[in-house]
Design a protein around this ligand. Structure first.
Ligand SMILES: Nc1ncnc2c1ncn2[C@@H]1O[C@H](COP(=O)(O)OP(=O)(O)OP(=O)(O)O)[C@@H](O)[C@H]1O
Ligand SMILES: [Mg+2]
Length: 342
């Protein structure tokens, strides 16, 4: 992840129902639940603002119907939002011409959807090559590129099969390869693994992580599985009834949940694997410097799982140091217990 903002969405709204246009202006862009209900409108995306940084995996989570898919479709302007801005590399996608938008989509965006969306009468290879066909890339060149991607997603030998001849997991690999062929820099994936059984799903997650370590794309990934979110995401955005309830690292959501809804989402999270010493330590006092002498010290970025044994076995608090070895705090058994069993 770097510090550059790749996508910035500001005050995005998407209403469904008759008379949506005009409704927001009439209500000063802050309609009440009652006003929406009496107009018979569904606010699928409701005044949502956040940034996606270059190279990060941002996971969007939330219950079914909370607006995840609609939000992603607004970010790519597959749905025309009712209000707001979507800046993509600083260009407002909602103001840009159709032609330019199509160019940006083809060259810079890759998309994988909830259902695989493969073309049934085309082979694996032709499905993968399809985006280049639309761009009029010559056949030899596009098939060569498609073959490379067949290897990337581990489908060698199935190039000439049709989608119906593949398992769900294999079909999804075709979808993933197809979405990568345009060498996009931003990749949108809407529950790409949700149709897969748990074992294959885990396998695909691992492959996804290793693929990303080579490709280093900016990724917006929708899931409603918190384990998946934790495994894949640098940050997690939680949607509730069209609103963004909270955005942050898994650790931030765990330690400072914005409300009960977020709390519920994270309640079964593996706390020991996610919370770091930094978040549970007590700030160092001047005389804590003695803790550094001949004792085992803890790095502020160590997760609780890693430090638990030493903290439990020590007869006093242990010193916490930063990357430069400077004393920043101390952690004792009670800090550990409180964080683990909150
Ligand atoms: N084309 C549409 N017309 C009317 N309402 C819609 C339309 N698309 C979505 N909605 C409504 O908008 C809300 C958000 O839907 P959305 O598909 O974004 O949810 P989601 O979080 O992706 O859910 P899931 O986890 O089930 O995929 C829902 O109430 C849905 O019924
Ligand atoms: Mg969805």
């Amino acid at each position: 992840m770097n510090d550059s903002v790749k996508i910035s969405c500001k005050n995005l709204w998407q209403l469904f129902g008759k008379g949506a246009s005009g409704f927001l202006d009439e209500h000063q862009h802050a309609p009440s639940d009652a006003a929406l209900a009496s107009a018979g409108l569904i606010a699928a995306v409701r005044d949502v603002s956040f940034d996606v940084y270059g190279g990060e995996i941002l996971v969007i989570m939330g219950l079914s119907g909370s607006g995840k898919s609609t939000l992603v479709r607004c970010l790519t302007r597959l749905i025309e939002p009712d209000a707001g801005q979507v800046l993509f590399d600083g260009v407002d996608l909602l103001q840009t011409s159709r032609r330019r938008l199509t160019q940006i989509r083809r060259r810079k965006m890759g998309m994988v959807f909830q259902n695989f969306g493969l073309l049934p009468h085309r082979t694996v290879l032709d499905n993968i090559a399809f985006p280049l066909e639309i761009q009029d890339v010559p056949k030899v060149a596009r098939l060569a590129k498609a073959r490379e991607l067949v290897a990337t997603v581990g489908l060698e030998g199935r190039e000439h099969n049709f989608p119906r001849e593949l398992s769900g997991g294999q079909q999804q690999r075709v979808g993933i390869a197809r979405s990568l062929i345009g060498e996009c820099d931003v990749w949108f994936l809407d529950e790409p693994f949700s149709a897969l059984d748990p074992l294959i799903r885990r396998e695909m997650q691992d492959e996804f992580v290793s693929l990303q370590s080579r490709l280093n794309k900016t990724i917006v990934f929708v899931t409603h599985d918190f384990d998946e979110a934790v495994r894949l995401g640098d940050r997690i955005a939680i949607m509730k009834d069209g609103r963004l309830a909270q955005i942050g690292t898994a650790e931030e959501l765990l330690m400072t949940p914005a409300d009960d809804y977020v709390k519920k989402f994270v309640q079964h999270a593996p706390r020991a694997k996610l919370i770091t010493a930094q978040k549970i330590m007590v700030p160092a006092r001047p005389d804590d410097i003695r803790l550094l002498e001949g004792q085992s010290v803890i790095r502020n970025t160590d997760v609780l799982e890693k430090i638990a044994r030493r903290v439990i076995e020590a007869d006093h608090a242990l010193a916490v140091v930063d990357a430069a070895g400077v004393l920043v705090g101390r952690v004792g058994r009670e800090n550990l217990a409180r964080a683990l069993f909150q």
